[in-house]
Design a protein around this ligand. Sequence first.
Ligand code: DAH
Length: 357
Amino acid sequence: MDDLKAKYLGQIADAGDENTLEAIRVAAVGKKGEVALKMRELGKMTPEERQVAGPALNALKDEINSALSAKKAALADAALDERLRTEWLDVTLPTRPRGQGSVHPISQATEELTAIFAELGFSVAEGPRIEDDWYNFDALNIPGHHPARAEMDTFYMHRAEGDNRPPHVLRTHTSPVQIRSMEKQGAPIRVICPGGVYRADYDQTHTPMFHQVEGLAIDKDISMANLKWVLEEFVKAFFEVDDVELRFRASHFPFTEPSAEVDIRCSWDNGQLKIGEGDDWMEILGSGMVHPKVIAAGGIDPEVYQGFAFGIGIDRLAMLKYGIPDLRAFFDSDLRWLRHYGFAALDMPNLHGGLSR
Ligand code: DAH
């Protein structure tokens, strides 16, 4: 028994890992291990011999078992120490360089214009991109037969066979949010509504999904002069210049009367897009005095209230401000392009600190 004890305690002390330890356990105190075999011999002994050998064998078994668990704990501690020694982390290392994740120019432009309009007293409203055809058209004074429906290259949502309700559409502009905001807030109201819109169109300055920001101001004494001032203030603040050359053109929209489109002077020399110089004009927005029928569709009394509205192309603003000549690149998800034109994630645009740095 002393031999057994010396042998197994020695092996346990030398064991370098858990597998070895387990093999020793099976050989020593397992069901068919050496101690179990010795226990079987008890049957052949005289009662006197058994009285001595039985307790001694049990004590041996206990001693081996506790040596096994002590060694097991010691091995686990050593393994943890080893991991702590090798898997260390230098928390003083610098963070990833700026530009690993950046803000898309359209998000940046949206944050910038939101900051500007907030200063002018406009809050932000949102509406769904899958829009009811009443909000997208009828409520905006575009009835079923109106040519504007065809002009807008509308994407219609599929209706199940036999379902004769008017189809939903991917909103073709942010103007339906005018109606939703008037319904929700009533008058007076001053909101901007930025977001994605959809039309089947594709070339250097058109993509099937693009972004607009709608503006709406309704009160009892609002005129075209207020509209012009707000737009000029906005454009100057957005482009961070004291003067921008704008061209107000008389135009027509079903939802405004009178209406004006606004172009901004620019040049496209050698594939470079520059604002404020050259002989080209880029249309950036439509605007006008909200049609009485539209005010009424929003649940407000057009005999008491009037106001102005505008719809600006956000992507066009970003192209002009950041000199990006092709709109399609905005949506290519090309990492090199995103790294080049992206903005630092933690620089929130505001008018006092500077819009874009
Ligand atoms: N919804 C028009 C479009 O997408 C833009 C527009 C024009 C919006 C005049 C307006 C507005 O609010 O008054 O082409």
